[in-house]
Design a protein around this ligand. Structure first.
Ligand code: ADP
Length: 474
C-alpha cells in the first residue's frame, strides 16, 4: 500500500483560500501520510506567495508557458511539501486568485490551463527524481490536467478529478482550443466540446480515470438536472467511476477545547457562558436560542429562504447572529432585519475567521438552508461545538446531520434538524421544530452530546482516498 500523489489545485490552506476547496487541499497531505501516501501540492505562485520562493529549489523550467517563461520551485512551506509554479506573466498581479476589482481575469483559461499543463508534465516526467503515481486535480482550475495526460501522454500516471462545486466549470471560448494546446480532433460532444465552447471541468470529467466529489449524496445529485448544472449527462455516463468522499474537519483548528472559554460535552455550561458574553457584547437581549449564520451570502446558501423564515423564529423569542459577505441585496436585507429586531439580531458584513469561531462557540444552532451543498463545513463545525445544525436535506448536509425524527430521538442518535422540501415553508417548519427541541432541555442536551461525539475527522475519508489511489495504480 502507498505511493506518490501530485495534488494540483488553485488554493491551499494556510497559503491561499477563498473557500472549502482550500481546506481540503491543505488537510489531505497530513491525513494521507500515515497511510503511506506522499502527497505534494502544485500551486500557482500568486503574488502573496512569491516571498516563499526564496527558500525553494528550481526543479523544472518551461521556456514558453502560455505567453512567458515559467519554472517550478520545490520546498517545504508551512508544513506542506510544495511545488510552486512561478510564472509572473500569469500570477504576479494584484487581486485574488481569480479576479480583481474589475472582475474575473480575462486570461483565466490560460492561467489555469498553465497550472494543469505543468501538473501533467510533472506527473508524466517527474521532477528531481520524484515521479507521482497519481495526479489528483481539484475543480475546474486543474480540469485540463487529466486531458493533457490523455492527449499528450500519461507517462504511466493515473488521474483523479475532485469536484468541490459543479457550478464552476471553467468556461473557455472554442477559439482558444489551439492556444490551450488541446487537439481539435477532440472537439466533439463526447470529448471536449461543451455547448459550443470548452469547459475545463468537462474536459476532466471525460478524461480522468476517476471522479470524486465531496459527499455521497452530492455524487448522486449531480447526475440529475437540478444539481448537475449542465454536466449531469457527462457525470451519468461515468457513473461507475464516480465516488463521494466526505470532507473532514481539522480538530487542531475547530475544537471547542481551543476556544477562549473551553468546554467539552461534559461541561456544556461553559458554552452558556460564551453565549452570555457574546450577547452582552452584541447588545442583544435574547431569552430563547441563539441561531448563527456564517456564510457566503448567495442564492446557493438559501439566504432568501432564511430572510423569509426567520421573522417567525424571532417573534417566538429566538436570536440571530450573522457573519457573511456576498450579494449586496442579501447584505441589505439582513441589515434591514437587524433594524427591525434590534435587540435580537446582529449582522456583521465581512470575512472574519476569529469572530466565526466565537459564533460557533456561543451559538445554540447554526443555520444552513443551502439549495445545494457539495459537502459544507459549517454544519460540521456546528456538530463539533454542540451548536446544532438546522440544514437543508441536500448534499453533504444530508450526509452529516442526523435529523431529530421521533425514531432518531428515541434511539438517542439525533444531531440536528434536516428539512425538505428546500423552500421557505420547509425552513420555517424546521426552525419551529428546532425551537420545540431547544425548550426541552434534556433532549437538547442529549442532542448536543451526540453531535459533539460525531466522527468528523479526516481519518475515514483519507482511507477512502487511499483505497481509490490503490485501485488506480494496481
Ligand atoms: P463554501 O466553500 O461553499 O463557501 P463551505 O461550508 O464548504 O462553503 O465552506 C465555507 C468556509 O468559509 C467555512 O470554513 C466557513 O466558516 C467560512 N466562512 C464563510 N463565510 C465566512 C465569513 N464571512 N467569515 C469567516 N469565515 C467564513
Amino acid at each position: 500500500m502507498g505511493g506518490k500523489i501530485l495534488s494540483v489545485a488553485s488554493e491551499c490552506v494556510p497559503l491561499i483560500k477563498t473557500g472549502g476547496l482550500a481546506d481540503v487541499v491543505g488537510a489531505l497531505p497530513a491525513a494521507l501520510a500515515p497511510l503511506g501516501w506522499q502527497m505534494r501540492c502544485l500551486l500557482p505562485a500568486y503574488r502573496p506567495l512569491l516571498p516563499h520562493l526564496a527558500g525553494m529549489t528550481e526543479v523544472l523550467r518551461e521556456a514558453d508557458l502560455f505567453g512567458g517563461p515559467a519554472r517550478v520551485m520545490a520546498g517545504q512551506v508551512a508544513g506542506l511539501d510544495l511545488l510552486l509554479l512561478d510564472a509572473p506573466h500569469l500570477y504576479d498581479r494584484a487581486g485574488g486568485p481569480y479576479s480583481d476589482e474589475a472582475g474575473d481575469f480575462a486570461d483565466n483559461p490560460q492561467r489555469f490551463a498553465a497550472l494543469s499543463w505543468i501538473g501533467a508534465r510533472v506527473a508524466r516526467e517527474g521532477v528531481a527524481g520524484w515521479k507521482p503515481d497519481v495526479l489528483h486535480g481539484h475543480d475546474w482550475q486543474a480540469g485540463f490536467a487529466p486531458a493533457y495526460l490523455r492527449y499528450h501522454g500519461t507517462g504511466g500516471a493515473a488521474s483523479v478529478i475532485t469536484i468541490h462545486n459543479i457550478a464552476f466549470q471553467g468556461w473557455a471560448d472554442a477559439a482558444l482550443i489551439d492556444v490551450l494546446r488541446l487537439p481539435k480532433t477532440a472537439f466533439t460532444p463526447d470529448a471536449l466540446e461543451y455547448y459550443g465552447g470548452l469547459a475545463s471541468l468537462k474536459a476532466a470529467l471525460v478524461t480522468a480515470d476517476a471522479i470524486t466529489t465531496v459527499s455521497p449524496t452530492y455524487a448522486a445529485e449531480i447526475m440529475r438536472p437540478e444539481f448537475g448544472m449542465g454536466l449531469e449527462g457527462v457525470i451519468t455516463a461515468r457513473a461507475k467511476d464516480v465516488v463521494g468522499i466526505l470532507n473532514g474537519v481539522d480538530a487542531a483548528v475547530w475544537s471547542p477545547a481551543l476556544e477562549p472559554i473551553p468546554y467539552s460535552s461534559d461541561t456544556l455550561g461553559e458554552k452558556a457562558k460564551t453565549k452570555t458574553a457574546l450577547l452582552k457584547d452584541l447588545k442583544l437581549k435574547v431569552k430563547g436560542p441563539l441561531a448563527i449564520l456564517v456564510s457566503r451570502l448567495t442564492a446557493q446558501k438559501g439566504i432568501d429562504l432564511a430572510l423569509a423564515a426567520l421573522p417567525e423564529f424571532l417573534d417566538a423569542g429566538g436570536g440571530l447572529a450573522v457573519l457573511g459577505t456576498g450579494e449586496p441585496a442579501f447584505e441589505l436585507a439582513l441589515r434591514a432585519l437587524a433594524a427591525r429586531y434590534p435587540a435580537q439580531v446582529s449582522v456583521k458584513i465581512g470575512y472574519d475567521e476569529t469572530y466565526s469561531h466565537r459564533l460557533f462557540a456561543a451559538g445554540d444552532m447554526v443555520l444552513v438552508p443551502s439549495r445545494f451543498e457539495p459537502c459544507g463545513l459549517t454544519q460540521m463545525y456546528g456538530l463539533a461545538y454542540g451548536t446544532l445544525p438546522v440544514v437543508a436535506a441536500v448534499g453533504g448536509l444530508a450526509d452529516t446531520v442526523i435529523h431529530a425524527s421521533p425514531a432518531a430521538l428515541s434511539a438517542g442518535v439525533a444531531t440536528g434538524v434536516v428539512f425538505h422540501p428546500v423552500d421557505a415553508l420547509g425552513f420555517a417548519g424546521a426552525l419551529r421544530h428546532a425551537l420545540r427541541l431547544y425548550h426541552d432541555a434534556p433532549i437538547w442536551a442529549k442532542m448536543q452530546q451526540q453531535a459533539m461525539a460525531s466522527d468528523l475527522g479526516w481519518g475515514r475519508s483519507a482511507l477512502q482516498y487511499a483505497g481509490l489511489y490503490q485501485r488506480l495504480i494496481t
